[in-house]
Design a protein around this ligand. Sequence first.
Ligand code: NI
Length: 259
Amino acid sequence: MNAYFDSHCHLNDEALYPKRKEIVEEALKNGVRTLLVVGYDVPSSLKAVEIAREFEGCYAAIGFQPENLSDAKDEDLDLFRELAKEKKVLAIGEIGLDYHWFKEAKDRLNQKRWFIKQIELANELDLPVSIHAREALGDALEILKEHPLNRKGVLHCYSGSFETMKEMAKLGMYFGFDGPITFKNAVEPKKCVAACPMDRLLVETDSPYLSPVPYRGKENHPSNIPLIVKAMAELRGEEENEVAENLRKNFASLFRVEP
Ligand code: NI
């Protein structure tokens, strides 16, 4: 069996947290041994760290997602600094920009400020980042050019164009793909998976969201990773084993942990 990982999941989400033990076991049965649990505010970041302490194969990312900035304070960055002392904290994330839900200039400006602050935090801590960029890849690209990442990062659930992917790849970024690459209508994501440089490709579930076919619309779990890897291999016209092996190498080189 291939050894898989999930580079972006939310066992810290209230839908999954109460049954996290079963979910970790179910993932292991499918060969998914390593899970990066990603925070999106202070409580979820604390939970991610707690889960990382609880399960051998679980690791944490900590940060403010752009939809959750209403209570964000500068002191919270000190808490993240403290948490990042733990070895199992592998990244700052998810951080970034979300213009889908936020249309007002003042909100978008605030998102940019926090994105930059957290890029600087990642650089200070020598950690990579996990980026959430929704309908905002142009501005995200500009910010990343002006504020280069020391340890690079991943554009989680990449949903941009092939052109932007090439620009981001020049900056050393990785690209995380999820369930939507199995959807019939996902033309651009499929094209991006097929054309993504092999050394920049990552796989994730974003569970509990974005279940792949045939579970579309149901609660997603990290155990679904092999379905996404299979779809990747088909789209790229490569052997599944080879894709899985390269994905492992990419995870290890970005997050400095052997999955
Ligand atoms: Ni997420």
